[in-house]
Ligand binder design. Structure first.
Ligand code: PLP
Length: 438
């Protein structure tokens, strides 16, 4: 290892084989700009966080105004206007989306600082709810293939594999239900019935990414099967944790993916797009019964969880401005426009012999590329990443799944550039394969 390497340790990066990090100086709309002025189309919304475009002027102004007034204050025992306003607006946005559905109304918001912590909080609240009510439950049910974050709790709930295998001895037991792929729904429901008969009354929560599992390679499943799974869990009093860290804020075509399953979860976990992708923030939204379980004369019964930057005022201001954009603009019309473009491209990609499957859901487009090694360690991910970047597009395939998940401001002409560059990238892989075989 040379002494000249940067001391910055990057996430999800094998530094020994990966070249130096791409230095980004500024960003605007769907574009990232390098120091040399080179423009890169951000085809993955900078890890799924950005919704309305980089440096959206309204959010920039809101953060600038806030930073000069109050940058941070302890949130235990203290509050501030951005948090109060955000909470009212967020809860009203949720209410307007879920008002026709059966279930307990979401009325409280607990803030943290990432997707992982939003989930961790929900898991703790669920387990705590039963313990506080004198009926402790020790099991958690999750979907196979799920990804809920990188803390020990969220790793336990997520899929076991290359991401976390060296920590397996430290992870607690979580039951995993097979993913309900199209055509397999009835089998999965039967498995769920069998599991619930044995363990339903010991289970505190069912955790799931509604409609699309992101890190599993943008795996799509139906709202109908999710709705049935949820109803079965409810029969046993199991709490529903909807991990909408990726799917929230329009990614799947509705503001929240849970809407497509017609369920009001007991916990709606948000992050990434909450601040429009500007600042780190997590929110765990829940109903009165959960809040009441921790509402007590005894201090020992309070909810024990905090992160130093809980409800940071600048993050709240960004989230508030982002929600105002949702009120002022037809954001979902842009998601529908992107979906329309994706569907046209999907028809072309389906015809390729090196493509195994194409999925489109809302603003998400995913292609599974034929490869000897499937899954996260497929080497074509790096080849495609390099090719795309050399041609001015940021895509970061998950193994042999290449996906596009752009900010909603992206223009159709830039989507075309992405589809066309990816097409050439797959051609170049195929040509390489042919040459190697010859
Ligand atoms: C569905 C889902 N849950 C949780 C997380 C973890 O979020 P964070 O990286 O902000 O901790 C992610 C991150 O990609 C995610 O996609």
């Amino acid at each position: 290892m040379s002494n000249r390497v940067s001391p910055v340790w990057h996430p999800m990066t094998q530094h020994k084989v990966f070249g130096p990090a791409v230095h980004i100086e500024r960003a605007e709309g769907a574009y990232l700009y390098q120091r040399n002025g080179k423009k890169i189309i951000d085809g993955i919304s900078s890890w799924w966080v950005n919704t309305h475009g980089h440096c959206h002027p309204k959010i920039v102004a809101a953060v600038q105004e806030q930073v000069g007034k109050l940058e941070q204050v302890i949130f235990a025992g203290f509050t501030h206007e951005p948090a109060e306003k955000l909470t009212r607006k967020l809860l009203s946005a949720v209410k307007s989306r879920f008002h026709r559905m059966q279930g307990k109304r979401i009325e409280f918001a607990f803030y943290s600082d990432s997707g992982s912590t939003a989930i961790e909080v929900a898991m703790k609240m669920a387990a705590g709810y039963f313990a506080q009510n004198g009926d402790p439950r020790t099991k958690i049910l999750a979907l196979e293939g799920g990804y809920h974050g990188d803390t020990f709790g969220t790793m336990s709930a997520g899929a076991r594999g290359v991401f976390n295998q060296m920590y397996a001895p430290f992870l607690f037991d979580v039951a995993h239900l097979p993913f309900p792929h199209e055509g397999k729904e009835e089998q999965v429901l039967a498995k769920l019935d069998a599991w619930l008969k044995k363990h339903g009354e010991e289970c505190a929560a069912f955790i799931f990414e509604p409609i699309v599992q992101g890190a599993a390679g943008m795996q799509v499943y139906s709202g109908d099967v999710l709705s049935k799974m949820a109803a079965k869990c409810r029969e046993y009093g199991i709490l529903l944790i909807a991990d909408e860290v990726m799917t929230g804020f329009g990614r799947t075509g509705t503001m929240f993916a849970s809407e497509q399953a017609n369920i009001i979860p007991d916990f709606l976990c948000l992050s990434k797009g909450l601040t429009g992708g500007f600042l780190p923030m997590g929110a765990t939204l829940t109903h009165r019964d959960i809040y009441k379980a921790f509402y007590h004369d005894e201090k020992s019964k309070q909810f024990f969880h905090s992160t130093s930057f809980t409800a940071n005022p600048m993050a709240c201001a960004a989230a508030l401005a982002s929600l105002e954009i949702w009120e002022e603009e037809d954001v979902l019309a842009d998601v529908a426009r992107i979906e329309g473009e994706h569907l046209k491209a999907a028809a072309w990609y389906m015809a390729r012999p090196d493509v195994l499957d194409v999925r489109v859901k809302g603003g998400i487009f995913a292609v599974d590329v034929r490869d000897d090694v499937s899954g996260y360690l497929s080497s074509i991910a790096t080849d495609i990443y390099d090719f795309m970047l050399e041609n001015g597009v940021l895509l970061r395939p998950i193994g042999n799944t290449v996906y596009i998940l752009p900010p909603y401001c992206i223009k159709n002409k830039d989507l075309e550039i992405i589809y066309e560059t990816l097409w050439r990238s797959l051609d170049s892989l195929r040509n390489e394969g042919v040459q190697q075989a010859a």
